[in-house]
Write a protein that binds this ligand. Structure first.
Ligand code: FES
Length: 154
């Protein structure tokens, strides 16, 4: 359920742009900040305000890995699966991470603390292998480093 305050903020966002649909990305961020992910109702509300179809908004949201279409963990882990990280042992490290979390990529821990998703290059190839947790980058990862990071988030 989108709050009245967020509803008003969306209207203000739309007013800032000469073309309504230009407000879509900030509106998606706002809905996700309100709900923790992009619900169908949230997508429908944005589409309605922008005079677009549900699919117009849904297709745009699905292009970006920072938008979530289902509830995610408190700590959203994005694991880089691209070439530099892969060549630096990323696959084995991801398996270590999955083992420590007790989940596989694409899943969330039963307590809702962690979700794990594989993503393409996050632009930190020189410090591979790496992952992003919420807004923070963790680079030059090792099994022991992953263990320390997870421990610090408990
Ligand atoms: S390949 Fe992993 S950050 Fe670029």
């Amino acid at each position: 359920m989108i709050s009245e305050k967020a509803n008003q903020q969306m209207d203000q966002m739309i007013a800032r742009y000469p073309v309504k649909r230009s407000a879509m990305i900030p509106m998606l961020h706002l809905v996700q900040a309100e709900e923790g992910y992009l619900s169908e109702d949230g997508i429908r509300l944005i589409a309605s305000k922008l005079d677009l179809t549900y699919m117009d908004v849904s297709n745009t949201a699905s292009f970006y890995t920072m938008f979530y279409r289902r509830p995610m963990g408190k700590y959203r882990i994005q694991w880089c699966r691209s070439i530099s990280c892969m060549l630096c042992g990323g696959d084995a490290l991801r398996e270590h991470l999955e083992s420590r979390l007790g989940i596989l990529k694409g899943q969330m821990t039963p307590d809702g603390r962690f979700s794990l998703a594989e993503v393409e290059c996050l632009g930190a190839c020189g410090r591979a292998p790496m992952m992003q947790i919420n807004a923070d980058y963790y680079e030059d990862l090792t099994p022991a480093g992953i263990d320390r990071i997870l421990e610090s988030l408990k």
